[in-house]
Design a protein around this ligand. Structure first.
Ligand code: ARG
Length: 254
């Protein structure tokens, strides 16, 4: 009898050991840590908030995939686009995905992954606007988001085309200002502009001067993550995952 009880106890003990092995055997699956990603969630379909306050969009999905492949947890922090590069430089975030174009200027301050999407640029107007070309911009107020390539681009075009520039913190505000007539034209990435034009019944025309580089993930200079993320990104581009996400979020490639 005692023997039986002991046997039972022993097998329970062994089972326990096995179970413990099971979990510790999974240690290769244990998270490598947390990647804190900065974004500016005012830019659908790349990043925005659902009505419930959850992050959503192409960048958000792609970031989750990359983190998952590298076995990291992902934490997302929303901030103004204009503050993203500074946050990387201060290493307050580990990476940034925000539809950010990998420009040479930015490359002086941050490192970029391979490019994962390319968008042109567009001017957005109200549907009945008479502004349909660069020449019509004279005397108009042009809205741009602070810190974007469009802010810079607008400054370059301003002398030649004679418009006023109004800078805004958020791309969503820019669209509101356009709808309420406080700016006449919005200048933004084409992929995003096209969505707003369709959804908010606006109009627009392509920027014929655009030569913007593709969008990429940004990191603090010298970050160890760059190489690992690039490997995964290249694989996700190659195996069609990025294309699938582009279809899901209806991104048009330029
Ligand atoms: N592609 C443009 C840039 O890099 C605009 C990006 C704006 N992104 C955003 N999440 N608001 O300057």
């Amino acid at each position: 009898m005692i023997k039986k009880v002991m046997l039972a106890a022993l097998s329970m003990f062994l089972l326990g050991v096995l179970a413990a092995c099971g979990t510790s055997g999974d240690s290769s699956e244990e998270s490598n840590g947390t990647i804190v990603m900065g974004t500016s969630a005012d830019f659908p379909p790349f990043e925005s908030f659902t009505p419930e306050g959850e992050y959503e969009g192409f960048d958000i999905d792609l970031a989750h995939k990359v983190a998952e492949e590298l076995n990291y947890d992902l934490e997302i922090e929303d901030m103004s686009f204009d503050g993203l590069i500074g946050s990387l430089q201060a290493e307050r975030v580990d990476m940034v995905m925000a539809g950010m174009s990998a420009t040479d200027d930015r490359k002086e301050n941050v490192d970029f992954s391979v490019e994962y999407h390319h968008s042109g640029e567009m001017f957005v107007t109200q549907k009945d606007s008479e502004v349909t070309s660069l020449e019509d911009l004279e005397g108009q107020t042009l809205g741009v988001q602070l810190g974007t390539i469009q802010e810079e681009g607008a400054k370059e075009l301003q002398d030649e085309y004679g418009f006023e520039i109004k800078e805004m913190d958020e791309a969503t505000t820019l669209i509101q200002e356009l709808k309420t007539g406080r700016v006449d034209v919005g200048y933004m990435d084409k992929t995003v502009a096209e969505g707003y034009i369709e959804e908010q019944d606006l109009a627009g025309f392509d920027d014929p001067t655009t030569s913007s580089p593709g969008m990429a993930i940004a990191f603090p200079k010298g970050s160890d993550l760059v190489e690992d993320v690039n490997e995964v990104l290249e694989q996700l581009i190659e195996d069609g995952t990025v294309e699938e996400l582009e279809e899901k979020w209806e991104l048009t490639e330029e």
